[in-house]
Design a protein around this ligand. Sequence first.
Ligand code: PEP
Ligand code: MG
Length: 579
Amino acid sequence: MITKKGINASPGVAIGTALVLDAEDYRIPRRTVDPGQIPAQISVLDNALETSRAEVAELRVAAARKVGDQAGDIFRFHEGLIGDRRLRESVAELITNHRNTAAYAFSQIMGQRQKEFRALNDPYLKERVRDLHDIERRVLRHILGRQREDIANLSEPVIVFAHDLTPSQAVSIDRKHVLGFAIDVGGQTSHTAILVRMMDIPSVIALNDATSDVTGGETVIVDGVHGIVVINPDEATLERYRAQQREYREFVVRLNRLRDLPSVTRDDVRIQLFANIELADEAEAALEAGAEGVGLYRTEFLFLSRTRPPSEDEQYESYRRAAESLKGKPLVIRTMDLGADKMSFSMGMQHDPNPDLGLRSLRYCLQHLDLFKTHLRAILRAGVHGDVRIMFPMITTPMELRQARATLADVMEDLDEEGISFRRDIKIGIMVETPAAAIMAASLARDVHFMSIGTNDLTEYTLAVDRGNERVAHLYAPHSPAVLRLIRSVLRGGARISLPVNICGEMAGSPVYCQLLIGLGLRHLSMTPKDIPEIKRIVRSSTIAECRAVAREALRFDSDRQVLNFLRDELRKLNDDPL
Ligand code: PEP
Ligand code: MG
């Protein structure tokens, strides 16, 4: 039995069979073959090794010609490894003695080698793990040929182990058959974490190297409440987790009873709870969870996992569907926020050397006006089907906002000229997710109808901590005094002209921050739909005076540790009251 600790990304307990997904979406199930098929598997292995070796030799010559001998050397290393007799023998031994398929046996041996390399102290050899991974992919491609199995069509329930889950994989994955996720990388507000939470599938992220501890087929437990994964649990552990699973399910049923009760504090102040969605189809589920509308529709997900950007009509259909599902309740459509870890190569996006600070989000849109205008046309047209509002992400300067607004005005003019109906009085908002925007909030506020604080990015940019990097995840703290002061600055900026201010970062759906945020002055919170019932429970158990006291006290600390400990204690006190 192996127990691994990571970050709890989506609550719940899942117990099932492990399936390892690699970066190229291969799944290599543990299969045995009939003894008669062993020679055929060995010859598949030999052919794949030989083809890969020849490919690498060609690459070596080409690289040396183009870039010089040093580049050629990298491929010499690959060539040497692929041609290594000992590698071939250990794989062949697994095939012969354990009747494994060539693919499974090869990935096993390569997994072991990568683990050995990772454990070395020599930084040069550690780096070679990436080469080993490359080699593994190359050889597997030849072994599997056309037999690649498709994660979009799983045939049985599994717990998916993956190094990472890209947004496009997540969009295409067969959700019905995934009981849980165990992922090597990521931070609390990485898009991977947001995605698994959105799918409402128990998940643990930032496990470092969990994928190399499983080969597929093992029984595993994913404890998404405490961020623990257990591989090959013994009977007593399984029993304990089965009980926890039942308890958690009962807790969810109890919480869901709050669905139709109003979100008001004990002293009758309304706190509006909205949902964050990624796809139009989620709008209905948002209402079912008790949302009063959608506070953040991340439209960029429509652009991922496609070979071409969606047409205006395709986009219009999605936005219209979301608007109609909400039956008159607000739908805040955020213009596409692509880039960084949400890349759409179909749009010719390139990885910047420093992607989070590069040509992403609104910056990308303002440099690709045709694409942006098509997007805005679709949003404006869908606007007539509901209470649709538009929100621009990643604003850093008033100039950007002006440019975005000017483009929107151009698009309106075009639609007018073409006689196409659209929402002329659309409300315009911005996300405040850079420190620059937070500091300048009072001045930005004058040009918009609402602001929404994106604490996921605001925390990353304020603390200079990559939100998706598990190695610095311990430094990522939305409750840090610096971030709290910026949130306060935005609220003050909005309050001066009575502008509505929402918050739509993950912080909004996290129980530990709920009283603090209300105490700071927030009255509109937008979150993953499944977080709504618990946040509503806290709202209904609190008074504004209590929340203000919490915020006042939290702002007195100068370290994020102190703030968090204090907030945890406060939540514990609140939780002592029965549901
Ligand atoms: C944020 O940055 O807080 C936010 C809500 O946007 P996203 O998570 O999509 O970057
Ligand atoms: Mg953001």
